[in-house]
Ligand binder design. Structure first.
Ligand code: DQA
Length: 148
């Protein structure tokens, strides 16, 4: 059976391509999804790619994924810096999560230096542009081979 990875994106990520391109580049969300699908295909993994601007929806998706997917690649966007609820949902899901940020949050405003997610994540990738998503998928693929 093909294992599934969930790739979840938080608020404003639907605006990729037009939103602050100097920080986030020119690729659109559809481009990022295509990149993730290609990386999943190369590694024999199904990719379930989603984006929402509604915090509760992201929380529901984490709850529903419990026991159903092999891992979560998560760009919580601004909720990274604000949401205890998303942190709690990650813990409740008991799923391995890799936190991804397109920009290097540590080179930006001080309020972006703190994450409610990082210490409950397997790892964090930030500042490598959208390639970070491919690297996170690659890591899950490697990890699953090691576990199997
Ligand atoms: C982001 C970084 C966050 O600080 C910001 O709020 C975002 C995007 C990133 O991918 O670089 O919306 O998560």
């Amino acid at each position: 059976m093909t294992a599934t990875l969930l790739v979840l994106n938080g608020p404003n990520i639907n605006m990729l391509g037009t939103r602050q391109p100097e920080l986030y580049g020119h690729e659109t969300l559809a481009d990022v999804e295509a990149l993730c699908q290609r990386q999943g295909e190369a590694r024999g993994l199904a990719i379930d790619f989603r984006q929402t601007n509604h915090e509760g929806e992201l929380i529901d998706w984490l709850h529903q994924a419990r026991g159903k997917v092999a891992g979560v690649v998560l760009n919580p966007a601004a909720w990274t810096h604000t949401s205890v609820a998303i942190r709690d949902a990650i813990l409740a899901s008991e799923l391995p999560v890799i936190e991804v940020h397109i920009s290097n949050v540590h080179r930006r405003e001080a309020f972006r230096h703190h994450s409610y997610v990082s210490d409950v994540a397997v790892g964090v990738i930030c500042g490598l542009g959208t390639h970070g998503y491919a690297l996170a998928i690659e890591h899950f693929a490697k990890r699953m081979v090691e576990i199997a």
